[in-house]
Design a protein around this ligand. Structure first.
Ligand code: BMA
Length: 321
């Protein structure tokens, strides 16, 4: 039900300029955060070099399809205050709250994966605000507004051990905070559907406000014995006032690996939605049903794909049970 852009993959390793010394002839670029800023489409890309080191790099576009990648690695000012070793920063999700832009990302450290938070007003200077999770957690996405005076986010504790691999998780939680820095889990919201396409799950892009509820795209992983896991995308609708209440959750995935660039790469069989741009909203921030939606996703942990749809189509997909 999503239409892949005919220029897919829209960003590949060939679009990444060499940045000496660390980022030369890079291996892959994937899982971007996305937002519209000052009329421009902005991506925060995850770029991996041949040492398998990870960098966040900004790209900009005036049409959402043809991106120019910065010749500069995003420098999160203040991150040097973290005295422990940070191995990787990756999978940035961008949320605008009032007139500030927040970036939540995963940080691989010796004690496991933590969520980090940064902010920017201009997408030029990025200020690191701190580590904002205590336990092994990934896929943190901030809501674009406070609800009942609290900031909210979805996050996904890593509790499930993948066969011979890292940890993953099968439950998305709702957490709250009064200062964006200290977070408390409120309750589990959605859990994996064992035997089906979304056995393990995690949030995709930040939730989008519609008149029918919070529209939330997530990724689901079908585990395959003796084969690679299959990463797909799905959609759910949640209560506007209490997003721990799931109104409906689509039975079918909305995007699955089918094209060669999704099926083959550094990690085969992966579509991983991480950025979502809604063209039109009303003055209260509700996405319009007919609005075009751009979904940016990592494909096979190697390139960036773009798929298009509308709010109405996503709502219908969420209601298909
Ligand atoms: C997840 C995360 C993602 C990655 C995906 C597929 O657990 O690490 O960053 O894209 O696996 O490898």
């Amino acid at each position: 039900m999503l239409n892949r852009n005919s220029k897919n993959p829209i960003v590949t390793r060939k679009d990444i300029p060499d940045i000496y010394p660390a980022m030369v002839d890079v291996s892959s670029v994937f899982n971007p955060g996305a937002i519209k800023f000052n009329g421009k489409y902005v991506l925060l890309l995850r770029v991996q070099n041949r040492a398998r080191e990870t960098f966040i790099v900004k790209a900009e576009s005036s049409d959402g399809i043809n991106f120019k990648v910065d010749k500069k690695i995003v420098d999160f000012k203040g991150i040097e205050r973290v005295k422990k070793k940070i191995y990787h920063i990756y999978d940035a999700r961008i949320t605008r709250i009032e007139n500030e832009y927040f970036i939540m990302f995963a940080m691989d450290m010796d004690e496991g994966c933590r969520l980090g938070l940064a902010k920017t007003n201009d997408f030029d200077e990025f200020i690191f605000l701190g580590i904002v999770s205590n336990d092994d957690t990934r896929n943190g996405v901030l809501f674009p507004e406070k609800i009942n005076g609290k900031y909210l986010r979805f996050d996904r504790p890593n509790k499930v051990q993948l066969a011979d691999g890292p940890t993953s998780g099968n439950t998305i939680y709702l957490s709250e905070s009064i200062d964006l820095l200290n977070w408390k889990a409120i309750k589990p919201v959605m859990t994996g559907r064992f035997h089906y396409w979304d056995e393990n799950i995690g949030s995709g892009p930040p939730p989008v406000k519609t008149h029918e509820g919070w529209l939330h795209i997530y990724h689901g992983v079908a585990m395959h014995f003796a084969s690679s896991n299959i990463y797909q995308a799905g959609v759910a609708l949640l209560d506007l006032k209490d997003p721990s209440i799931v109104f409906s959750r689509g039975r079918y995935n909305i995007l699955e690996p089918r094209e060669l660039y999704e099926l083959i790469g550094q990690v085969p069989n992966v579509v991983f939605p991480s950025g979502m741009i809604v063209d039109e909203s009303d003055e209260n921030g509700f996405a319009l049903p007919e609005s075009k939606v751009l979904i940016y996703y990592g494909a096979a942990d190697t390139v960036v794909g773009l798929a298009e749809t509308t709010i109405k189509a996503l709502i219908e997909a969420a209601k298909q049970s």
